[in-house]
Design a protein around this ligand. Sequence first.
Ligand code: C2O
Length: 634
Amino acid sequence: MQINNEKGSNPVDFTINSMISFTFIFTQSKQGSLTMGSTVNSPSTPIIIPSSPLQTSFIPKTSQLSIFKKKKPFNFASKKLVSCKASDRNQNNADSSSLNRFDRRDILLGLGGLYGATNLVSDPFASAAPIAAPDLSLCENSTVTSSSSGTSISVPCCPPKATNIIDFKPPRFSKIRLRPAAHLVDANYLEKFTKAMELMKALPDDDPRSFKQQANVHCAYCNGAYDHVGFPDQQLQIHFSWLFFPFHRFYLYFYERILGKLIGDPNFAMPFWNWDSPPGMVIPDIYVDPTSPLYDEKRNVDHQPPKMLDLDYVGTEELLSKRDQIKSNLSVMYRQIVTYKTPSLFHGAAYRAGDNPSPGMGSVENNPHTAVHRWVGDKREPFSEDMGNFYSAGRDPLFYAHHCNVDRLWNIWKSLPGKKRTDFTDTDWLDSSFLFYDENANLVRVKVRDCLNSRTLGYDYQKVNIPWLKNKPTPRRPGRGSGSGSAMAAETNTKTVIRNAFPIVLDKLVRIEVPRTKKSRTKVEKENEEEVLVLQNIRLDRDVAVKFDVYINDEDDETPTEPEDSEFAGSFTNIPHSHHNPGVKLDTNLTLPLSDLLEDLDIEGDDNIVVTLVPKEGKGLVSIGNIKIDFVRD
Ligand code: C2O
């Protein structure tokens, strides 16, 4: 038995239990397809459903992992939204000078009717073109840069070249490999895992299965080593788009198969870092023993256990009590998973062959995925190695536990109620492909369509408590009540309104009034179309760490807005990485769901919302091309 059942069967967190009351309890075996056929004893841990009437619908769906509804493909990243014209690059200087004329901390920008909301619909001109697996023979070294220090290094991270490519077919597995929570594993498991990592590290560097080559897989797919096949000017980037979840799922799959092969145990399953639950909110013990192959010295020295992980990390230490940190982390989780209800909001924007890279991140990739990378990375290193930069992230064994948890959240998201919590049916997504070396050192071409159900790949996750399902954010000023939202929006109209101010450089707090075209929508309308806030053409250097927050109708500057406040709509984040054209900025979009937030703040009837943008890390390094409200139908 690999999993310590004694600990594993009782992962309920007391800190949280003491704060909340519950009315619904049912066992995890009700998660239908998620546990069906499991060959490992699932402890009957209760999933606890909160008593709030707003959340009583949170009964995991019985079987959704393999259901696909026919619907019109939604092309969020239509070419209209993603332009990367060379002429745009010079606009940043102009932006900052126009902004500097106003010597105020808060600037209220009015968009008036200039940027009326339009529906995002399928782009009829979208080319039907899935991203093809890269041509390894054209792989180039990556150039890793740091604009802040002006340093740059060339990193060879191309894989060994093989000419024979096998098309992947999921093998038949006699048993489901159950990935355990890293903080719950027993000595027997740890011994196996340690042995497997030792053997991987002992493989010769040119073996595609070696620790070094496996780390390079991430470097190559994320730092411009490959071009799109047939588009030599377009570098492939598997972050900032709908490729994020499937790419990493396959990456972990082959990593796990290699580890299992090395120890002769085809049922070996990697651990996940359960950072979404209080007992997992520190670096798991098994990774911090300096004599272990799971250890990496390039980690932030101040973040060793028992230091609590901060899922809203901005590069500096926030001195929150343990209890407040847990609350903040669980609120981040709730917002990033529960309030994102459509495939494009969750997975990220469409990204097709020939498209500019990085059209827009999905919820989890943006946050907390980035926060965990940045929190672990060593700030003393020139490029925040290892976890703090894409080129080096795969060199830290903790990376794989981190990404197992990200991958686990994909399964959880699809199991939550909501008819649109499904994967895309767009064949450009389903047929996107990547190359990996498998456990036998064969080069394999995989397609996204083969990874949608983790059980098809032979694995699932140990069931543990999901405490954040009950951490719905609440309005900062309770009792704002019916109608007061409108009053507030009206008040802001009396402030100076600057028109045509976009693009803006985010070097200080900025307020923008954004008009809404549809108000007080019915439940059905809201189910059919999610109202979203879209920040378009967010531009920054790829190699800088950035985080800015987005608040709605929040004008209290005295006390900071926190993730547990309903007004907190989300954040934009960047993990430093590099492409071959350092002068060309990352140009991306951020789409934040608003429906729940508007409801919670009781401002669904308002004509406008006031959007506050607050730079938290990388002040002045980001510009924003436009902000508008839109409606997502996918
Ligand atoms: Cu590919 Cu967490 O990054």
